[in-house]
Each structure stands twice: as structure tokens, then as C-alpha cells.
Design a protein around this ligand. Sequence first.
Ligand code: SAM
Length: 238
Amino acid sequence: MPESILNGTLYLVATPIGNLEDITYRAVKVLASVDLIAAEDTRKTKILLDHYNISKPMMSYYSYNEQARAPQLIEKLLTGQSVALVSDAGTPGISDPAFHVVQQALKNGIPLIPIPGPTAFISALITSGLPTDRFVFEGFLPLKKGRKTKFESLKSESRTIIIYESPHRIIKTLTDIQTYLGTRHVVVARELTKKFEEIVRGNIQSVISEIGKKQPRGEYVVVIQGASGEARSHETEE
Ligand code: SAM
């Protein structure tokens, strides 16, 4: 059954985080039915669209041009066009552009429809073996300014902590976790849903030595055990 697309509506469509089959039937129908697809990287989205034999006009929408592009998208929506917003991978708005256009759409009374699907941190969390009932997603940590303060604020965080990291900084970040948070159980999920998917679990020291055995490559999610009751009361006493 074709998805009946509503005119003048912005669809926020989740796409795969690696394996092209990880997309919902509904997401494929929406992408095939809208008037325009706003994509973070049109070349990357074209690979996905080709896989599903979809040919649609595309417009680039990425963090550096979102201030300029958002009004253009809003104008198209106000004239009745239907638009699907996709990011490079996973869910738009999760460490990816979407927030700005969502705000503008709301200001202009444009209906928003989410099309749910993959997001890397949820896959990492559910396979981590760490508590999933309460967690905090921190996205990418600050690189310099505010980094130490962020780690210090996470020291007494009792919920499971999840962060995103690049291959260039994964060892540095794991080392900082050890320095600032102390001995914790940590899970590093690399290249989820892809050919070189790998999940390393253990205490921070063993995970650092395992990850350090080879040149880090690909995309990483780090899941960190929350502070134990003992660590929290120690923290309060300090
Ligand atoms: N919007 C995406 C989502 O819903 O997860 C996140 C985009 S963010 C720019 C990219 C980061 O997400 C990567 O640096 C990595 O930390 C994480 N990531 C994305 N895909 C991944 C994968 N297949 N395996 C592990 N981490 C991934």
C-alpha cells in the first residue's frame, strides 16, 4: 500500500547506520512518495535511494548550510510540497542536523511527522549488557573547552552513559574516562551493522589495551557504567 503523503508536511526519516536493509517499509514508502528529499550528503543518500530504486529531487541540508537552507525548505513546505529530511545515517537530529529546521517548521505551523528507525546509540546500549532502564546520551563530548568540566559532571552520574566518538579520538577519550571516572565497566561498539562490526566489553583498562592493539577505524559508540552507590557517596563526601 502506498503511503499517503500529506502536502506541506516535513517527514523526519531515519535511515540505516550501515546495513542498507535496516530501514522500515514505511520509510521507503515515504522517500518514494515525497516531492523532495533534504539530505545531509546527497551522494550518500543516493546510494540508499538507488538500492530501493527511488529517484527523487534532492537538496543538501548539512550543519554548515542549515541556517541558509532552512528558510528555503520552509518556503517549499508552505507552498504545499512534502519534504523528507534524512541525515547521513540513523535518525536526523541525533548528533546530526534537523533541530534548526524543526524549530522553523514549528514556528510556521508546518506539520512534522517522525518516521522512526535506527540510531547507533540505542543499538550499542541494548547490546552493552549495562542497565538500559535509565541512561544518558551525551553525543560527542567537547574536544577542548568544557571537556574536563563535562567529565567531572559525569563522575557522579548513576545512569548508564553513552557517547559518540571518532576513530581519531577513541583512545584519548577512553584514557580520559579512566582518568576522570576511574575504574568502570565500559563497552565499545564499533561499526554496528557493518562488515567489521565489533563489540569490546570489559573494565576500562582492558578495553583500552584491546582497542589499542590495532589502528582504530570506523565509527564508535562508547557505553559507560554509571557511578555505583559507593562512588556516588564518596563523591558527595569530597
Ligand atoms: N544520526 C546518527 C544516529 O542516529 O546514530 C548519528 C550521527 S553522528 C554524526 C555519527 C556518529 O554516530 C559516529 O561518529 C559514531 O559515533 C556513531 N555511529 C554512527 N553509525 C555508527 C555505527 N554503524 N557504528 C557505531 N557507531 C556509529
